[in-house]
Design a protein around this ligand. Structure first.
Ligand code: NCD
Length: 358
């Protein structure tokens, strides 16, 4: 199996994402991620294994006996949460996932409070963190930083896994994992995640969750993707290139109501104005037709679901919250289960958890 230590950073960085996958696997465990950096690492088989492990952890966590067993698995490991961008759900769900498995955690939530403020390089900062812990979960505004740090650490004398909890406008692989888990659960008794239409709506240009989920959906049979956004915020060409390469059917639209009537899932996103180059740039875009409210709810098929990575602003009206098709609260909780599954798998505890009570 190829390892990150067998390739220079420049050569690794230049590889197509799918070709990078074997470099990121756990050398001791076949088909198991070591570093989790982008959605392209996960194929259907691995997604289904992760969903099964999440289900298992979710059920075990309901009982004291199951919880104590889960907590006994990783008390000898420590994780560091390094979040230099704002986060509520991704931070807390990773933190709670660690706690479910008994890991102890530490965190830096603002680079102004780390020695980066004294001019320390990112590489030195991450190597410093890696001296104390056994895993780093990181969110940064820089595209590709998690990847570079994974390469650095794999080539250091203290290699530890990195989980990308959001890198720039680029990728958010663990969010896409929880989105897929939510879709799998939503359609479990309704024919599964196949022959479906998934509509993405909002800021598809800068929403990193969209890129990661769009890719993961290509692993499932006959999933048509519809991208609804104002022209200035439409999905970037690189996402469409992948769909073309994979022969996935897609459509570009600016009509949410029309899309909703034929959708099995509608994935709403907020306007990501923190990336505006000029202040007020996003506010000048007319986004009024890209919101999900009472009218859209009437048009959504009866088995359809509404998803949102959250946080929301006004792109989903509060009146939709109690509709059984509103999945975003459950989706958020699913994040904790699938992150616990990913961490357990990364440390090699998949089999042990799956065999509990057998
Ligand atoms: C997203 C993110 O930060 O990329 N949220 C999340 O992780 N749940 C989307 C967002 O902030 O809009």
């Amino acid at each position: 199996m190829a390892k990150l230590t067998e390739i220079s950073w420049n050569d690794f960085e230049a590889l197509p994402l799918e070709t990078k996958k074997p470099y990121l696997e756990n050398p001791g465990l076949s088909d198991t991620p070591y570093h989790t950096l982008f959605a392209q690492q996960f194929d259907r088989h691995l997604l289904e294994r992760l969903a099964a492990l999440s289900n298992r952890i979710r059920f075990m966590a309901k009982s004291k006996e199951g919880s104590l067993y889960l907590k006994s698995l990783l008390p000898h490991k420590r994780a560091m949460l390094y979040f230099s961008q704002p986060s509520s759900r991704t931070f807390l769900s990773h933190l709670n996932a660690c706690q479910i498995l008994g890991l102890t955690t530490s965190s830096v939530r603002d680079s102004a409070t780390s020695s980066e403020a004294k001019g320390e390089s990112k590489t030195d900062t991450i190597r410093t963190f890696s001296s104390y812990v056994d895993m780093i979960i990181m969110r940064t505004p820089e595209k590709g930083l998690a990847e570079q740090m994974a390469w650095e650490l794999s080539n250091s004398d203290r290699p530890i896994p990195i989980i990308n909890a959001g890198s720039g406008k680029d990728q958010h692989p663990t969010q896409a994992l929880l989105d897929i888990y939510t879709l799998l659960r939503s359609f479990e008794t309704k024919g599964g995640l196949r022959n479906r239409t998934v509509t993405f709506c909002g800021d598809l240009l800068r929403g990193r969750t969209v890129r990661s989920l769009s890719y993961l959906l290509t692993n499932f049979e006959n999933i048509r993707q519809v991208f609804v956004a104002p022209p200035q915020l439409q999905v970037p060409e690189d996402v469409l290139e992948i769909l073309k390469e994979k022969g996935v059917s897609y459509a570009i639209s600016d009509n949410l109501r029309e899309a909703v009537t034929v959708s099995d899932a509608v994935y709403m996103t907020r306007i990501q104005d923190e990336w505006d180059k000029d202040k007020g740039e996003s506010a000048r875009i007319d986004t009024s037709r890209f919101k999900f409210g009472a009218e859209e709810l009437k048009l959504l098929p009866k088995d359809g679901v509404i998803l949102h990575p959250l946080p929301r602003r006004d792109e989903i009206a509060i009146c939709c919250d109690h509709d059984p098709r509103a999945m975003y609260w459950r989706q958020m909780r699913n994040g904790m289960w699938i992150r616990a599954a990913l961490i357990a798998m990364t440390f090699g505890f998949e089999k042990q958890i799956m065999c509990f009570g057998a």
